[in-house]
Ligand binder design. Structure first.
Ligand code: NAD
Length: 260
């Protein structure tokens, strides 16, 4: 059923986005890879994914901080593949600092990449989905879209905003076979999490191992990291017909974190 659909996954050169791209391609979904990084490495990824799975894979490195580039990324996907059926707003960054010391530039970058770019992408993708009468929008949010942690003001604010955007878009599109949902993962060991271990250690006066044990895994009753494949399996399910009545939901995959 998903074979030959077309997906754009923002931030799919790394971590969760790359895991989603791999699983979507295995399902026969053509994939627009996207993200920053070294062009040679992105091309190697693109080529290997296409060769392994036989689907069409393209790549773009639009910087999501610029609204026109986000709209351009959606337009380029539609031009190259003839359609955009599944939009996954996944790209994200993190910065850990006390609120009174939070750098303005980092605050703005997080709002732009996490929240504003998702709005711009949805805005650009919906007209085509409406014309074709089918669509799936999945926002990769976070447990931090549902609950807060200290020292992550920008991220928590942007992710809570993205849950609100998810619900609003779902209501607007409920009658036209386009669903919009949020997946809210707990901690997944990706470069984004590796990158914040040092900052968390410094801000909290702990060692890296203590941060993993006492901050990160302490948040998750299961006491283990979430695997990328668990997020990808849920995303595939949300794209299928069995999930056509699931819309406007913020679904935790967080080892019980937000059950407390
Ligand atoms: P990652 O750092 O591995 O990947 C982030 C991706 O976003 C990369 O492809 C990067 O190139 C892209 N990106 C960053 N800034 C960009 C910009 N300005 N323009 C274009 N692309 C840009 O991160 P990840 O851990 O895989 O996170 C993916 C998403 O999942 C994020 O939205 C993150 O908030 C969310 N998330 C992650 C975790 C976790 O524990 N890793 C938990 C919950 C939610």
């Amino acid at each position: 059923m998903l074979s030959n659909k077309v997906a754009l996954i923002t931030g799919s050169t790394s971590g969760i986005g790359l895991g989603l791209a791999r699983e979507f391609a295995r399902q026969g979904i053509h994939v627009m890879l996207h993200g920053l990084g070294e062009p040679g490495e992105a091309e190697r990824l693109r080529k290997s994914l296409a060769e392994e799975t036989g689907v069409k894979v393209s790549y773009d490195d639009a910087d999501l901080r610029t609204p026109e580039k986000v709209a351009g990324l959606v337009a380029k996907t539609e031009q190259l593949f003839g359609s955009l059926d599944i939009l996954v707003n996944n790209a994200g960054i993190q910065h850990v600092a006390a609120v009174e010391e939070f750098p303005l530039e980092r605050w703005n970058a997080i709002q732009d990449i996490v929240l504003n770019s998702s709005f711009h992408a949805i805005r650009a993708a919906v007209p085509g989905m409406k014309r074709r009468g089918w669509g799936r929008i999945i926002n990769i949010v976070s447990a931090h879209g549902l609950v807060a942690s200290p020292f992550k003001s920008a991220y928590v604010a942007a992710k809570h905003g993205l849950v609100g955007l998810t619900k609003t878009v779902a209501l607007e599109l409920a009658e036209v076979s386009i669903t919009c949902n949020a997946i809210c993962p707990g901690y997944v060991r990706t470069p984004l999490v590796e990158g914040q271990l040092e900052a968390q250690a410094k801000t909290r006066g702990l060692s890296r191992d203590q941060v993993i044990r006492e901050v990160i895994l302490a948040a998750q009753p299961t006491r283990r990291f979430i695997e990328v494949e668990e997020i990808a399996a849920l995303a595939v399910f949300l794209c299928g017909e069995q999930a056509r009545s699931i819309t406007g939901a913020a679904i935790p995959v967080d080892g019980g974190w937000t059950a407390r």
